[in-house]
Write a protein that binds this ligand. Structure first.
Ligand code: B12
Ligand code: SF4
Length: 557
């Protein structure tokens, strides 16, 4: 462990990691996703040190923004990492603050801490974030490069920590652990920092940390938004915490179970500032949940007063049980979006109970129908592969999704995330080991283990085929002759995923149905061209049995 030296002025280097370690990103896999979303946790930490008298300077190395394909080929990752850190503008940082949120970042994280010790053996390394918070003992014991781990929300504790380092004297900070001071509470839980009460932020500091131009040039996150991906966008978090107990979710391990809101004034101010400074018009609300009802209605009402041309919000995650018609009405009245997303997860009551989500499946049908009747595009999230879930039950979820008739259904495979009840269940069942070999399995739709019910490879295929079947081949908007809406969705889709044969095919069917012969032929020609030249497009060949016979014959000719 690094020894502390008294020094009044601390130079701080923040480090943001890619959500998935680059070597795990399978670029030849049509189901893989790439996303660039701002590291709000680090941005908020930078905000928390505004008034700290012991901060000399601070910078951030953002490893999430690079494309690692070539580096992986050349095996020069370590060199790249150390060059980026050394060229950021702090010659000799005193404190290095790393955000380790995603378990799937762990392999990359190991490269980073190894390079830190080569560059600056005396720097103090503190790590925080959800993954770090749930693996305090393992990480501290395994990696002597880590001096401290902050478990839980970091804003207040980080200031206390800087004061301690500046004073050069060890102090037992609540929620902060070192290898000689691991404060276990019970099981795999560790003493956690107190929840932050003052959630207001000074977003004007964002640009000191990340390349704001890059983060606002549009997002690759899929949504049913009416605008295209070229619109400038940014993620906003208006509240933290969720009272529910879903067994697969780790958010509570850092943000707790009480929903705390930022002041409406502060949120509106951030929205306006992002618009004025970077031209942002589209805002992704990434709050875990939206409740209580009175606050949610107040929130949407407040957003309605925003005077930004083409202002739009994307509501990522509403819970069925805490939403009702009045809340939908408030969203409609606010006139801020054309879409909404509900997390449903399973179409089977037994599984709903087991995962403690307890979605009322009949209410979900009513809410989806009502939202659609009020003009909203509805997206629903589903997960298959919970511990003990049979293949039959997974198929029932697909049937339910079809019956529900959302405008889009997203099917993920249950990922064992450390700190969750479901992770413990998978360990007990003997499917995974508690440790790094399982952490890679937390990346989207991936399954690196087999279960009694289904193999890892098969479940991934099952989820992907359901996606093609329900969202493309049996697309609800096309089935209901809502061709205009469907055309917007699929045209936007192709702008981002220009290799997606099934998206082209959906457009082809729209033009066929609407009698636009020329457009139909153009799309068929495009499909042939893409198929001949794009490797990712060719990966769809194995799903051609799902296509209509006529187009299948043309493509296979
Ligand atoms: C937005 C979001 C995303 C964004 C990306 C976010 C990003 N920064 O890159 C997107 C949509 C891309 C995404 C993707 C995924 N996500 Co996500 N995501 C979130 C979400 C909803 C919010 C994250 C956030 O900004 N939080 C707000 C900030 C303020 O909190 P924070 O980052 O935790 O930071 C605080 C503390 O942790 C601490 N802290 C953090 N860093 C540091 C550093 C130091 C030094 C200190 C002292 C303190 C500290 O202080 C901060 C302020 O209080 C969280 C849930 C949640 N509530 O956090 C899930 C969450 C992080 N995601 C999760 C997962 C699993 C995923 C996926 C891997 C897919 C999946 N299976 O669901 C994919 C990634 C795959 C891919 N291909 O990209 C899990 C992560 C758990 C884990 N151990 O891995 C979470 C926790 C949700 C869950 N299911 O439990 N996600
Ligand atoms: S409702 Fe969402 S945020 Fe809340 S516990 Fe369940 S999955 Fe987590």
């Amino acid at each position: 462990m690094t020894t502390l030296k008294n020094s009044k002025s601390q130079d701080i280097l923040f480090i943001n990691l890619p959500p998935v370690s680059p070597e795990l990103l399978k670029t030849d896999d049509v189901t893989s996703a790439d996303n660039l979303t701002p590291p709000l946790g680090l941005l908020y930490l930078a905000n928390s040190i505004i008034d700290c008298p012991f901060v000399g300077s601070y910078k951030c190395v953002d490893f999430a923004i690079y494309d690692y394909g070539r580096l992986l080929e050349k095996k020069t990752m370590g060199k790249f990492v150390s060059e980026k850190m050394q060229n950021v503008g702090i010659e000799k940082p005193n404190i290095i603050a790393i955000s380790l949120i995603f378990s799937s970042s762990y392999e990359f994280f190991k490269i980073v801490i190894a390079e830190i010790k080569k560059c600056w053996p005396d720097a103090i390394v503190i790590v925080g974030g959800i993954h770090a918070s749930n693996n305090v003992a393992y990480l501290l014991r395994k990696h002597s490069e880590i001096d401290y781990i902050a478990c839980g929300e970091g804003e207040e504790v980080f200031v206390e920590f800087i004061e301690m380092i500046a004073a050069g004297k060890q102090k037992n900070i609540f929620g902060v652990h070192s290898v000689n001071n691991i404060k276990k509470v019970k099981g795999n839980q560790f003493e956690r920092t107190k929840f932050v009460e003052k959630l207001s932020i000074d977003y004007t500091r964002y640009h000191n940390m990340i390349d704001m131009k890059l983060y606002t040039t549009g997002t690759s996150l899929f949504s049913l938004s009416k605008t295209t991906l070229s619109v400038r966008s940014f993620a906003i978090m208006a509240s933290r915490g969720c009272p529910y107990h879903c067994t697969f979710c780790a958010a509570h391990t850092v943000h707790g179970r009480d929903q705390r809101w930022r002041s409406m004034y502060n949120v509106v101010d951030e929205i306006n500032w992002l618009n004025k400074t970077y031209g942002v018009t589209k805002y992704y609300l990434i709050d875990d949940n939206f409740l209580p009802k009175s606050k949610v209605i107040e929130f949407f009402h407040t957003l309605s007063s925003i005077n930004i041309k083409d202002f739009e919000v994307v509501i990522q995650n509403m819970s069925i049980n805490s939403t009702d018609f009045e809340i939908i009405d408030a969203i409609i009245a606010a006139n801020i979006t054309n879409n909404i997303a509900f997390a449903i997860e399973s179409g089977v009551s037994r599984i709903q109970k087991k995962i403690k989500k307890n979605v009322n499946l009949n209410k979900a049908i009513e809410l989806v129908k009502y939202s659609q009747s009020r003009g909203l595009n509805v997206r629903c999230f589903f997960i298959i592969g919970f511990p003990g879930e049979t293949v039959e039950e997974m198929k029932k979820t697909f049937e339910y999704a079809k019956k529900l008739g959302a405008d889009w259904s997203t099917f993920n495979v249950a990922a064992p995330i450390p700190g969750t009840e479901m992770y413990e269940e998978f360990v007990e069942l003997g499917y995974i080991l508690d440790g790094p070999s399982s952490w890679t399995a937390t990346s989207l739709r991936d399954r690196v283990f087999d279960s009694k019910e289904i193999s890892g490879k098969e479940i991934k295929e099952l989820a992907y085929r359901a996606n093609l079947d329900i969202n493309f081949v049996n697309n609800m908007n096309i089935r209901k002759d809502e061709y205009k809406n469907a055309e917007i969705i699929f045209s936007n889709f192709i702008k981002k995923w220009n290799f997606h044969i099934f998206a082209y095919d959906s457009l082809r069917r729209i033009y066929k149905e609407t009698g636009e012969k020329q457009a139909e032929n153009d799309i068929i020609n495009q499909m042939k061209m893409v198929l001949a030249s794009n490797k990712k497009a060719q990966l769809f060949c194995k799903y051609f049995d799902l296509l209509d016979d006529d187009i299948r014959r043309i493509l296979e000719a």
